[in-house]
Design a protein around this ligand. Sequence first.
Ligand code: MTE
Ligand code: MO
Length: 347
Amino acid sequence: MNSKSIPPNQQLVRRDCWPVVGERSPGNSDLPWTITVCGQVLSERCVDLGDLTAMPQTTRCIDVHCVTRWSKLQMEFEGVRFAELVADSNGQPLWNRQARFVSFVARSTRSHRTSLPLEELLELDPLIALKADGEPLSVEHGGPVRMVVPGRYFYKSIKWLQRIEFLSDDRLGYWESEAGYHNGADPWKQQRYIAASLSKQDAARLIRERDFRGRDLLSLEARGLDLENLHAANSLLRNADLRNASLRRAEFQGANLSNAHLQSADLREANFRGADLEGADFSAANLRGADLRDASLFGVSFGVVNAHGALSQAAVMDATTKFTASSLDALTPEQRDWLQLQSVTLC
Ligand SMILES: Nc1nc2c(c(=O)[nH]1)N[C@H]1C(S)=C(S)[C@@H](COP(=O)(O)O)O[C@H]1N2
Ligand SMILES: [Mo]
C-alpha cells in the first residue's frame, strides 16, 4: 500500500502515540492460549503460541486506519500470514467448498468478533500478529496474538484472537451489529457507518421534544436545526449530522459523538464532559463557554489543516472554553499547537 497517501478524512496521530480502542483486556487469561480454525473446514486445526512462533514469521509495514479518523502509517507488525495458518502441512487450504466468509472471534468477555469475505482476505493477506514495532504485542493492543488486516478500518483487526471460523453465510461482527459500523470497512471508500436506524417520524418527534437522553441516534440528520438547550446526556450520536445546528447550552455529557459532524454549529456553553468526541468535526463551530473536560479527542478536528500545517476554518474558542490538559495528548501536533494559542482553560 502506498504509505504516502492517507484515506479521505483521516489524520495522523503522533508517532509515539497508539490509541487503545474498544476492549482493553482479554477474558480468561489464565488458560493456555490456543487458536482454533473451524467451521466449514475439511479438518479442524488448533495451534498454541509455541506452534505459532515455530511457523515462518513475516514482518510487514502496515497502515492502520481507525474509523474514528486517526491513522498510523507503516507500523511494523510481525507474525504468521493468515494463509499459512489456514492451510494443512502440505500447504493445501483447510476450508471446504461451502466456505465464503471468515469470522474472527476474540477471547473476551463479550466474545468480540468481526468477519470478512474469504476472497477479500486472501487478497488483503492479513497477519496473525505477535509483535508490533519489534516488541511483543502489549495486552491492551491485543497481545499475545491479534489479527492485523491491511486495507480495512482497524475494527476488522480483532485483538486476542482465539478462533477462526469459516462460514457459508456471513455473521455480522460486534461493532457491525451493535454500533452500526459498515461491514465493508474500506477506508478509501469511507465505509464507516450504515445509515440511520431511526424512522423519520421518530427522529422528528425527538427533535421537537429536544430530548435525546440515552437514545441511539446513529447517523441522525439534524443539519441546521434549532436545538438550543438540547438534553442529550449519554445519547449515541455517532456520525450524526449537526452541521450549522444551534446547540447553545446543549447537554452532551457522556454522549458518544464519534464522527459527528458539528461544522459551524453554535455550541456556546455546550457541555461535552466525558463525551466520546473521537473523529468529530468541529470546524468553524463556536465553542465559547463550552466544557470539553474529560472528553476523548482522538481524531477530532477543530479546523481544516492545510498542506503547510496551518489551520483554516478554525473553531472559535477562548479562555471560557475548558479542556482537561491530558486529553490534548490525543490531538495532532498542528491542532494542539493551534489550541494552545487560543488560551483555552486547561484543567
Ligand atoms: N477483541 C477486540 N478486538 C478489537 C476491538 C475490541 O473492542 N475487542 N476493537 C476494534 C477496534 S474498533 C479498533 S480501532 C482496534 C483498536 O486496536 P488498538 O486498541 O490496538 O488500537 O481493535 C479492534 N479489535
Ligand atoms: Mo475502531
